[in-house]
Design a protein around this ligand. Sequence first.
Ligand code: 4AD
Ligand code: MG
Length: 429
Amino acid sequence: MKTTISEVGKHVGETVTIGAWLANKRSSGKIAFLQLRDGTGFIQGVLVKAEAGEETFQKAKELTQESSLYITGVVREDDRAPSGYELTVQGFEVIHEANDYPITPKEHGTEFLMDHRHLWLRSKRQHAIMKIRNEIIRATYEFFNDNGFVKVDPPILTGSSAEGTTNLFHTKYFDEDAFLSQSGQLYMEAAAMALGKVFSFGPTFRAEKSKTRRHLIEFWMIEPEMAFMDHEESLQLQEAYVSFIVQSVLEKCPLELQALERDTSKLENVKAPFPRISYDEAIEFLKEEGYEIEWGEDFGAPHETAIAEKYDKPVFITNYPKDIKAFYMKPHPERDDVVLCADLIAPEGYGEIIGGSQRIDDEELLKQRYDEHNLSQEAYQWYLDLRKYGSVPHSGFGLGLERTVGWISGTEHVRETIPFPRLLNRLYP
Ligand code: 4AD
Ligand code: MG
């Protein structure tokens, strides 16, 4: 019976065949332990010389790391194995023999591993992170579909910028200039006026000269946009969504979290509602803590971490000064120096995972912002049209997938949270 490692539990006591790679092995004179992986999971194969025979045992001792095999054996329950099962190997057939696999079980430096990212992905740790990433994506679709949202795909090649002009990737578009999308938001606002509640999931690009553990050049964003929803309703949606993905990972990925030695007690607590602190209060708090920061300045990573450390859940920082936020944010009804926005800061120092706001819905005010930000009326006329024909209050947000994967999986650096990271100075592999 052909099966996969994830399915062996259904075949206890039976003889099965699995297509697998040899991740690692150890052997003595009488017994060989084969660490097998097949993409669905990891399992130990135990091959006893006295049972499998001299010839098979010798062949097993000569197996090289990352060779591919069809391996046959009996499934046994085993409490000591993380997955709960082990394979008593009867025999195997080598599909392809791998020689001199570069990533050996010893320690390797980060640059070496990054140069071998195409192979490094096979490791138990990277496998676990990719499975958690996948679960967050799956849970995202479930959450938004169950809440009446329509998935809409904004363009990647654009003629306008959503998040400022300093970090745009520029390209030729026949005789015109085009940019790689920094955010699908402006298009999602148009989609919300057509479909009510919408969400996107796609790659975004920022030519940021930042070399930090939180910045990628190419990253994936989930961007919901909701017609007839104000800022407060959007915050409630955000905390419900983030709670849902965290609880889904806890439920569906116990083996992966265990492989990563993630302290899950810190995640169990992540349930709505989340604490909130205004920008004003955050500045006061930081000053009391001895940080040199003045009202009107943006927070850096150390500031965000100091604020996040006060709480055991993600925290919303609300109502930032208008001058440090994007042109499209709606002013606070009682104060025109701050806007109706919030950043969601993850606990444990993982930083900002969501940026969101209520959007300007008044045509005249938006026109004024175009002038203040030197945005061309021509390129942004379509966006103004949304305020011209049945404008409504609307809000939305963007969740950065990689930072969220980093936080939930407990991975220090975002470079490990995406299969092939694009970083400053790295385009290979
Ligand atoms: O805060 P940002 O810039 O917000 C927007 O782009 C809005 N237009 C979203 C919207 O309202 N629809 O980015 C949103 C999130 C950040 O909170 C962060 O998680 C992530 O995207 N992000 C990055 N992740 C990795 N590398 C980078 N260089 C990132 N820049 C932003
Ligand atoms: Mg932001």
